[in-house]
Design a protein around this ligand. Structure first.
Ligand SMILES: NC(=O)C1=CN([C@@H]2O[C@H](COP(=O)(O)OP(=O)(O)OC[C@H]3O[C@@H](n4cnc5c(N)ncnc54)[C@H](OP(=O)(O)O)[C@@H]3O)[C@@H](O)[C@H]2O)C=CC1
Ligand SMILES: O=C(O)C1=N[C@H](C(=O)O)C[C@H](O)C1
Length: 266
């Protein structure tokens, strides 16, 4: 007789947000995962309120909670840059593996994430969809194959998004720069540029409106022709599914810094 393994306990940080809700839905439907805590900010009026029953597996109940939280094997953070410091501190204090999809992190926060990897398993990605994981490879290849073509990255998101350009657009920019063997910080430019386009520049343009889930286009402009590579997300659950898959994988790892590619390839 084979015994099914115990589900992995997962806590969600930023549980009442757009992504938080998608994560609870995905955890509800994942046989290998069990919700350990639905965490909201300290002082949130939601703390202590029941999580809506439709976001929970049948027969289970849970209330939103502020940290400290019941032990979990992995913490998933989608609280954005405003909540990221608290999520990281909580993971470190409790020795919990951390998956983070928070974008718009500043240099200090990125350095803190890197340092945390010496003590806990850490996996951050600007985009947890399978499609964008593939797009990153394609963009790197195209940028290498078309070194003299003008590369422009255009992203569109819903009107509530705070950071710009999106984390995904920046990751795509890094992929294009890596394909050309250059440092993105030296060649990045925005649509607000003045004067003629610089040779070798990688441009970013941003659109915000309505309820767009997430769209990214990377265009390479040559003389008389253009190559466009892109991705359109129409459902936030794709990000949540990728993050939960990464969490189940990360829960069993040693301390260190991991990437979504490690999960998909391993
Ligand atoms: N990597 C990926 O695949 C994806 C990444 N994202 C990123 O995820 C982040 C969140 O996006 P989204 O869900 O749309 O944003 P929301 O604003 O809907 O959700 C963020 C949630 O985090 C909570 N929060 C903020 N600060 C804290 C804190 N200190 N402690 C606990 N909770 C806190 C907010 O609570 P309150 O309302 O009380 O402030 C809110 O409920 C963004 O950075 C976004 O770019 C989004 C989609 C996919
Ligand atoms: O804020 C969002 O919604 C999204 N943010 C991520 C980003 O900044 O790239 C990923 C996705 O595009 C949705």
């Amino acid at each position: 007789m084979t015994v099914a393994p115990e589900p992995i306990s997962v806590a969600v940080f930023g549980a009442a947000g757009r992504m938080g809700e998608a994560l609870l839905r995905v955890i509800r439907d994942a046989p290998r995962a069990r919700l350990a805590a639905a965490l909201v900010r300290d002082g949130s009026p939601l703390a202590g309120q029941p999580v809506p029953a439709h976001l929970l597996a049948g027969g289970t109940g849970a209330a939103y909670a502020a940290a400290p939280f019941a032990p979990a094997q992995v913490l998933i953070d989608f609280a954005g840059p405003q909540g990221f410091d608290a999520a990281l501190a909580l993971a470190l204090r409790t020795g919990t593996a951390l998956v983070s999809g928070s974008t718009g992190l500043d240099a200090r926060q990125q350095a803190a994430l890197a340092a945390a990897a010496e003590r806990i398993p850490v996996l951050w990605s600007a985009n947890f969809s399978l499609g964008v994981a593939l797009l990153l490879h394609l963009v790197r290849q195209a940028a290498a194959a078309l070194p003299d073509w003008d590369c422009e990255i255009v992203e569109a998101h819903h009107r509530h998004k705070r950071d710009a350009p999106s984390g995904t657009a920046l990751s795509l920019g890094h992929a294009a720069a890596a394909g050309r063997g250059v440092d993105l910080d030296r060649v990045a430019t925005t649509s607000a540029r003045e004067g003629e386009r610089r040779d070798g520049a990688i441009g970013f343009a941003v659109v915000r409106g309505g309820d767009v889930v997430g769209e990214h286009t990377v265009a390479f402009y040559g003389a008389g022709e253009r190559v466009e590579l892109g991705h359109r997300a129409t459902d936030r659950d794709i990000f949540a599914r990728g993050a939960v898959r990464a969490a189940l994988w990360l829960a069993r790892r040693s301390p260190g810094r991991y990437a979504l590619q490690d999960v998909l390839g391993g």
